[in-house]
Design a protein around this ligand. Structure first.
Ligand SMILES: [Zn+2]
Length: 174
């Protein structure tokens, strides 16, 4: 079992007490199981999918009670605000790096540009619906910086980061 950490954007190891009967899927809706987060007993048919606790593949969520499901959703949504700030911070370092890049092309600046790009890629990756577009973005990097800029700008807008997108456009004009 793994627990998604909304702060680090990584999975942490997760275990439940041995006597808990946790589950990802049952055919019997009446079967009694424990919530994978708080341990509360419930019928499988009453459970919802966890936003935090996943199987080792990281694809399927464990069954949890309504309270744990809702608190997980809230955490997920509240983290989006932080994500936007992180995104803008990454764009800030991209703009600084681009500015320097225009003055003097060296490995140092390129390294910073790449580091900032990694942050943006990671954040965009979390928006599942943008996954396809994200692959295109990855393939553009190193091939055509201007096309990458255009795609990134569009992705940010689609993801609701309008301000960040405008910031990137403005930074590019430096
Ligand atoms: Zn629970």
């Amino acid at each position: 079992m793994k627990k998604w950490n909304y702060q680090t954007h990584r999975y942490d190891d997760y275990t439940v007490p041995e006597d808990w009967k946790v589950s990802m899927y049952e055919t019997d809706m009446e079967k009694e199981i424990n919530c994978a987060e708080c341990g509360k007993l419930m019928k499988y048919g009453e459970s919802l999918t966890s936003q935090r606790i996943f199987g080792d593949s990281g694809v399927f969520g464990y069954a949890v009670c309504r309270e744990c499901h809702e608190s997980g959703l809230k955490e997920r949504i509240s983290m989006k605000t932080v994500t936007k700030e992180q995104c803008e911070a990454a764009l800030g370092s991209i703009s600084d790096a681009i500015e320097e890049y225009c003055l003097v092309v060296n490995k140092d600046v390129y390294g910073r540009l790449e580091a900032a790009r990694d942050v943006i890629n990671q954040l965009i990756e979390e928006h599942e619906k943008l996954e396809k577009a994200h692959k295109k973005l990855l393939s553009l990097w190193g091939e055509d910086l201007y096309a990458w800029r255009g795609e990134t700008s569009q992705l940010l807008q689609d993801a609701g980061f309008e301000d960040a997108s405008k910031y990137l456009d403005a930074a590019w004009e430096l």
